[in-house]
Design a protein around this ligand. Structure first.
Ligand code: MG
Ligand code: FE
Length: 171
């Protein structure tokens, strides 16, 4: 493939990543609003929302520097509808558990996107884009690692709370 075609793919993949971060902000915001009984998780989600907004801005800066721009809102909605359904759909009482699972999965989707972008930026010689993607990758990996540790805590907390709610109802 010639350099021009390679660069077009890189632009497209950067736009995909930008759309992915927009979707991540929506998903995290929805989740954070539903987990008031899980302060540690809520705080981490809110921190990652701010990180995610910064990731989106850093990607936008890469696109601008490369002489292009993010895709429109329509593309974003179409691409990530399926991915977002795991979180935005109405779920029963265990939504915090399902949400934490979906978040862990989504972080790995993001990790795969940045690993792919690093290779593409490398082959076209865009060192700044590569550096940005490596930086964001570390943040996604840190979030995935945190969620990995937190998942059994979330399910245990949910079950304990469900128990106390049931006991309260009996009184
Ligand atoms: Mg992200
Ligand atoms: Fe993330």
């Amino acid at each position: 493939m010639d350099q021009k075609a390679m660069n077009e793919y890189l632009d497209q993949w950067l736009r995909d990543a930008h759309a992915m971060e927009e979707q991540a902000t929506t998903m995290l915001t929805t989740q954070a609003s539903r987990i008031e009984h899980y302060p540690e998780l809520k705080q981490k989600m809110e921190q990652h929302i701010r990180e995610t907004e910064s990731q989106r801005d850093r990607l936008e800066a890469c696109l601008t520097r490369r002489g292009t721009s993010p895709s429109g809102a329509k593309d974003i909605a179409a691409k990530f509808t399926a991915m977002g359904q795991g979180l935005s759909g109405t779920v029963m009482g265990d939504e915090v558990v399902k949400g934490a699972m979906a978040s862990y999965t989504f972080e790995h989707f993001e990790i795969s996107a940045y690993r792919e972008l690093i290779g593409a930026a490398d082959i076209v010689g865009d060192h700044e884009t590569k550096r940005v993607c490596e930086e964001i990758l570390k943040e996604e990996q840190a979030m995935a690692d945190w969620l990995y540790e937190q998942l059994p805590v979330v399910s245990r907390t949910f079950l304990e709370r469900a128990g106390s709610d049931a006991a309260e109802a009996k009184r």
